[in-house]
Design a protein around this ligand. Structure first.
Ligand code: SAM
Length: 388
């Protein structure tokens, strides 16, 4: 496909997304209907589509209208691409620019358009990010770097770099965690590589690894990952020490891949069914990697920022405090209750910790740390609470 045909395809897919389709579903549907597209075409179209979803408001501002075509015109204007060479109407290229499109002059960019956020999120994001608001909202509209976690049980970081290089995957040591690698080239080859298949590395953001590094774990301790999901953090914890790691999720189906991932990594993780944690005895550490807005990771999952509503944020906050209240009794005296989000919103972070400290006088705070999204990793928050 020509660069112009890829833009036309992205515009068509974006129309589906703007009409309510999930981005992944819209991309898969288009690929099924378009067998002529090769893997390079699909990758380029996917990049256009996700760039446009991340930059939806600023591209619509530059393109003059929030349609697939308008977003692609905005993408070209933002990137300085030659519109008249791409919008030619020849072959599978998009139709030539109309006179109105060509002469459209975008005025000064309103704040919410520049920030690529829905109007209602401007105030909470500004309050949470302060002087960093412009920089962080700009970063959230860019592509995220790809990070791997080296399985410390299987290899050193240097050995993993060498093994990946043999398979054409170029990496370098990342800064936030001693187990983290940043992928510089060959990211699309990772999942099929022998290094990945044999459990040498896992895909995990570097800040997520740094959060796991901060979870207190004594040798032989019982550690519960209460909101384990796919198990990214449980696996990192199990690889780190000889602690006994347990995994639980309110939706156990989300842990379905965990046994295979644990086997690949050569670690043991015991799954607990919903309601079975209290019977399993107390734990020295309970990690609550709670459901959240995902605002720290909107580079990777940009649809989240357009889907989030004030009501959803209110229910997420209620779920977060309920999880803290139900897990506090599971922690052994002297043990740690660890709270983590991939959010940058204060309402989901410090405000939740202040509130739990007020509700539970037997709990004190040992550590609070926020990671902002940037070249080193996504946005995360962790608080370590000690139970007396
Ligand atoms: C942020 S995700 C976890 C991601 C995972 N820890 C990882 O690192 O891959 C949050 C998880 O919390 C689960 N969850 C939601 N409400 C819960 C509850 N009340 N109790 C336990 N888990 C819950 C969700 O099903 C979801 O899998």
């Amino acid at each position: 496909m020509t660069p112009a045909a890829r833009i036309a395809a992205a515009a068509e897919i974006l129309d589906g997304i703007l009409a309510g389709s999930a981005a992944e579903k819209a991309l898969t549907g288009w690929a099924r209907r378009s067998r002529f597209a090769g893997s390079g075409d699909r990758a380029a179209i996917r990049d256009h589509v996700f760039d446009a979803v991340r930059n939806r408001r600023s591209f619509a501002h530059l393109g003059g209208v929030e349609t697939g075509r308008g977003l692609m015109i905005g993408l070209c204007r933002a990137g300085g691409l030659p519109l008249d060479e791409l919008f030619t109407g020849q072959g599978h290229a998009p139709a030539p620019l109309t006179e109105a499109e060509r002469s459209f002059e975008a005025g000064p960019m309103p704040e919410a358009d520049a920030a690529n956020l829905p109007d209602w999120l401007i105030a909470p994001m500004r309050e949470s990010l302060g002087a960093e608001f412009d920089e962080i909202t700009r970063i959230l509209a860019t592509r995220a770097p790809v990070f791997l976690r080296v399985n410390a049980r299987a290899a050193t970081r240097e050995a993993a770099i060498a093994a990946l290089a043999e398979e054409g995957i170029e990496t370098r040591a990342a800064t936030l965690s001693p187990t983290a690698l940043e992928v510089l080239a060959g990211a699309r080859r990772v999942a099929r590589s022998a290094a990945f298949q044999s459990g040498l590395v896992e895909l995990q953001d570097a800040a997520s690894q740094a959060v796991c590094d901060l979870v207190p774990m004594a040798e032989g301790a019982r550690v519960l990952d209460y909101c384990a999901g796919g198990g990214g953090k449980a696996l990192a914890l199990a690889a780190r020490s000889e602690a006994r790691v347990f995994a639980h999720d309110a939706d156990p189906g989300r842990m379905s891949d965990l046994p295979a991932r644990a086997e690949r990594a050569g670690v043991t993780i015991t799954q607990l069914a919903p309601g079975a944690c209290a019977e399993a005895g107390r734990f020295e550490t309970v990690l609550c990697d709670v459901p959240c807005s995902g605002s720290g990771a909107w580079r990777r999952a940009p649809e989240g920022k357009w889907r989030l509503t004030p009501d959803m944020l209110t229910s997420l906050r209620a779920a977060q405090s309920a999880i803290l209240d139900e897990t506090a009794p599971l922690v052994a005296p002297g043990g740690r209750l660890v709270y983590a989000t991939c959010s940058v919103l204060e309402a989901e972070n410090d405000a939740q910790i202040d509130a739990v400290l007020a509700r539970h006088p037997d709990v004190s705070c040992e550590l609070r740390k926020r990671f902002l999204p940037g070249p080193d990793g996504d946005g995360f928050y962790i608080a370590v609470l000690r139970k007396s």
